[in-house]
Design a protein around this ligand. Structure first.
Ligand code: AMP
Length: 444
């Protein structure tokens, strides 16, 4: 199959040739004809599947074919994304695809001054990429009108809900023209996403390019169990042992990012961090340097690293497991792209057993476990499996105390299927975001 056979016009084909895209990816093969035919879409596609081109190419074609000029402070197509980084990334892709078309594109997001954005919008923009909060600010300040809007795209919709943007999405939805085409892309489909889709989409075509909620199978994944306090040491040990060249590391909190970066830099290791407390310019610089291989290790929170497209990333390390299981899929989606093989290693301590179980349930797999010599955990990580169960080990009878200390207990490694293990008893904790309720948690 070729892009020409999907009905794309010559200026777009030229852009694709420049970019070296030869064959449409599965999501592109399905989405492009459907969007050109004017259908609404509900697409389950994770990052790395080529989904951006899947919606952007037909969108640009429809806008170019229609021709009417955009009025001042107006926008003809709106792409909503959860984070600033993703806004930049999607905008850059759209800009490249639109290279040979007379269409204007722009990206707006929070964390930077609003005035230049207001100035830029005066002329009107054909395709606007935006984070929900800043878009509403611009609308309320009358820098934006939606009466010319004909297409709405929700990219990484699950993440927008996870980040607490449901209220903003509801507010945006209310001020958009009812007559429009809407495309919804999401890596995962929770009940909340289905509810959102039910409200926003009109007779959508469903596209699913990889099995629902299953991580790319080109990524080799495993877990290394360790005590919480020894994670930094273990990470450094693995880094040296594996001679890792370029690693994206996920930590749970901003402080966690800073602490690890500081520790690595203190050892002369070339590391940098990105999280929501850092100014946008600093984040972008760290990311650009990482992409250019000038930084060896980039430590990030989920919010900051959401949807980042870093080509040929060989390795992702989960220094902490994500609180929301779906984030695991997003995290490891940074590697193993477009058929390349990648590795995803999770350092897991006893506290994280329920998070591990939730990930295994969601991805329908039991992650293989390893233990590094000299890093065997004192606090055993109970067994888990894809059924969502955590296997509780019976408590050993207490040994009578002997004087003189005795041997340190390093904890016993229990193979799954251990006959001595009792029936599963603890259910994993899963967070389900709910559309249009609850306060906003964090801004990207
Ligand atoms: P996305 O899933 O949209 O973030 O795209 C992932 C990566 O695949 C990006 O670097 C795109 O430039 C690239 N890509 C998208 N479609 C194609 C294609 N048909 N052929 C080659 N590369 C592509």
């Amino acid at each position: 199959m070729t892009f020409a056979s999907l009905g794309l016009i010559e200026p777009l084909l030229r852009s694709l040739e420049t970019l070296g895209y030869q064959t449409p990816t599965p999501v592109q093969a399905q989405a492009i004809p459907a969007v050109l035919a004017g259908r609404d879409l509900m697409a389950a596609a994770q990052t790395g599947t080529g989904k951006t081109a899947g919606f952007a190419l037909p969108l640009l074609q429809l806008l170019a074919m229609e021709g009417p000029k955009v009025a001042s402070n107006s926008v003809r197509a709106l792409i909503l994304v959860p984070t600033r980084e993703l806004a930049e990334q999607v905008h850059e892709a759209v800009r490249q695809y639109a290279e040979n078309l007379p269409l204007s594109t722009y990206a707006v997001y929070g964390g930077v001054s609003i005035n230049p954005q207001m100035m830029k919008l005066r002329k009107g923009v054909d395709v606007l990429v935006a984070t929900p909060g800043r878009l509403l600010d611009l609308y309320r300040q009358k820098a934006l009108k939606f009466n010319q809007l004909q297409t709405l795209i929700l990219d990484e919709a699950d993440r927008m809900l996870d980040l607490g943007f449901s209220e903003e999405l509801g507010n945006i939805y209310r001020v958009l023209p009812k007559q429009r085409q809407t495309l919804l892309f999401s890596a995962t489909f929770s009940d909340a996403i289905r509810l959102l889709a039910g409200q926003m989409l009109n007779d959508p075509l469903s596209i699913e390019v990889s099995p629902r909620n299953v991580a790319a199978n080109t990524v080799k994944q495993w877990v290394v169990v360790v005590d919480k306090k020894r994670k930094p040491e273990l990470f450094i040990h693995l880094l040296r042992k594996g001679k890792w060249k370029q690693v994206l590391v996920f930590a749970k909190t901003r402080n966690g990012v800073d602490a690890l970066v500081e520790k690595l830099q203190g050892l002369g290791i070339n590391a940098d961090g990105i999280h929501g407390d850092k100014p946008q310019a600093t984040r972008q610089r760290a990311l650009d340097r990482f992409k250019a291989s000038e930084v060896q290790i980039l430590v990030a929170t989920d919010v900051a690293a959401r949807g980042l497209d870093i080509e040929d990333l060989p390795l992702v390390v989960n220094f902490d497991l994500p609180i929301v299981a779906e984030d695991y899929i997003h995290r490891i989606g940074r590697t193993g792209r477009a058929g390349a093989t990648g590795q995803a290693i999770s350092l897991v301590c006893a506290d994280e057993v329920n998070l591990l179980s939730a990930i295994e349930t969601l991805t329908r797999q039991t992650l293989p476990r390893q233990m590094e010599h000299d890093f065997e955990p004192e606090h055993r990580v109970p067994d888990t499996d894809a059924s969502g169960q955590v296997v509780k080990k019976p408590k050993k009878p207490k040994k009578p105390k002997t004087s003189g200390g005795g041997k340190r207990n390093l904890g016993k490694w229990v193979e799954s299927g251990d006959a001595s293990a009792p029936e599963p008893s603890i259910k994993p904790v899963r967070k389900v975001p709910v559309f249009n309720t609850g306060p906003r948690k964090r801004k990207p």
